[in-house]
Each structure stands twice: as C-alpha cells, then as structure tokens.
Design a protein around this ligand. Structure first.
Ligand code: 13P
Length: 250
C-alpha cells in the first residue's frame, strides 16, 4: 500500500494553549512508534500554537499553517507571512480552504498569490478545492479553481490538492467513496492537462468533508486518493487516534 497522508485541520480550536498542548500530546501518543512508511501525519493548529506545537511534536509528525498571507511582508495588519510560519517550524500550509473562500471572501487570485508565497518560503501548499452545492458542475468549478490557483506555478512537486466539497464539511454527510474518487480522478485529469501525466500521477490528492473513524478507510483505501483532510474528528485526541490506528493497521 502507498503511504497515506492524514492532515488534521484544527480550524479555530481549541481556545487555550493548555488544551492545544494536551490534544497534541494525545495525538502524538497515538502515533508513537508508527511506521512512517505507512502514514504521514500533519497537524494544522491555529497560528498562536505553532511554536509550542513544534517544540512538543515528536519527529515524524509534520506541522502546517492553516493559511498564509498573500504578501511577503509589509503593512498588512493581522496578516501572517509564509516566512513567519516557516520559521515557526511549519512544513506545510493549507491554502484556499473553503471557509476562507466563502466566509472570508478569498478569491482564486488571492489564493494564487498565497500559493506562490508559500512555495517561495519553502512551504508545501495543501491547496483545497471543491464545489459549494451538491451536484454542481465539478469539471467547470474545480477546473477554474485549479487553473487560477496554479497560474504561473511551474511544478506540482511540492503541492498537495485536497478535494473538499463544501456541502460535506462539518455536516456529518460525507461524499460517497465513489464521488470522492471520481473528483480525485477529475483533479488528476485537469492537472494532467495543465502540467503532464507524470505530475498528475505523482500528485497527492486528499479527500476532506466529515471524515471520521467509521468512514476514513472507505475513502483512503482507494487507489487515486492519497489521504484525508480531517476537521471535527481531529480535535478530539481519542477520535483522531482511532483514525491514525486504522490507517497504520491497513
Ligand atoms: P470536517 O471534517 O469537520 O467536515 O471538516 C473538514 C475540513 O474542512 C477539513 O479541512
């Protein structure tokens, strides 16, 4: 079996550094002695917890920021640059999450700038794409999101794409394994047209949207899906540890 990637997107949780540290320690405990050939585990805590997370994280667990600024530096109150999170110990940055697209008004053009900032700082972007309405025209929507986000990006080598249908996020109503697989294959086809077959085949594509211990296997055991981006089930150490163990015992 190919190595799977599980990314924990904590979103705006938990509310204190103490809780964040306990959650992190609980997850690290569940990952102890894990076979890193089977699973790449990445945690994406909120910005204020990144430094402490880096200190506590055992080797073998990666760290991601949930976002980076579109700008390298300057007078942008409230922004956090790609280099800042790189220096805080991040390896990855989630970019273009639907909550930022739809709740914060982030555009494909801004997402493109963020991808470029992340790459320039040495971070590996996890680019999230997906449709808002169930049954929407995926070829058109994901095609546009990918073409615009990747405009001027020379190679996909450091990029992971996460397919997250908005209607499946936080609803307890995940996509079907077939639906997720066909979206992942569509993503490969689109990037194959923009880049080439080699990059399309070697791209990591994740599924996200109401993933939990009961359904994670049905998504990530399929060829064509490399792992999962997990929200709600990643902020309870016990639940997330179950997911980790299922992947490791695959
Ligand atoms: P849930 O797993 O809570 O549906 O969230 C998915 C998500 O948005 C991960 O980025």
């Amino acid at each position: 079996m190919n190595r799977k990637i599980i990314v924990a997107n904590w979103k705006m949780n938990p509310q204190t550094l103490d809780e964040a540290s306990r959650l992190l320690d609980g997850i690290a405990q569940g990952f102890k002695d894990a076979d890193s050939k089977k699973l790449e585990l990445v945690l994406a805590p909120p910005f204020p917890y990144l430094y402490e997370s880096k200190k506590r994280l055992p080797r073998g667990i990666g760290l991601a920021a949930q976002d980076v600024s579109f700008s390298e530096r300057g007078a942008y109150t409230g922004e956090v640059s790609a280099l800042m999170v790189k220096n805080a110990g991040c390896d990855y940055a989630i970019i273009g999450h639907s909550e930022r697209r739809w709740k914060m008004g982030e555009t494909d053009e801004t997402i493109n700038l963020k991808i470029k900032q992340a790459l320039a700082a040495g971070l590996k972007p996890i680019l999230a794409v997906g449709e808002k309405e169930e049954g929407a025209d995926l070829t058109q929507i994901i095609g546009t999101q990918l073409a615009k986000a990747l405009d001027g990006v020379a190679s996909l080598e450091d990029i992971t794409i996460a397919y997250e249908p908005v209607w499946a996020i936080g609803t307890g109503k995940p996509d079907t394994p077939d639906g997720a697989l066909s979206a992942a294959l569509l993503i490969r086809k689109i990037v194959g047209n923009i880049y080439d077959n080699y990059q399309s085949e070697n791209l990591s594509v994740l599924y996200g949207g109401s993933v939990n211990a009961d359904n994670v296997k049905s998504f990530v055991f399929q060829n064509g899906i490399n792992g999962a981006l997990v929200g709600g089930a990643s902020i309870v150490a016990q639940d997330f540890t179950k997911i980790i163990k299922l992947i490791l015992n695959m």
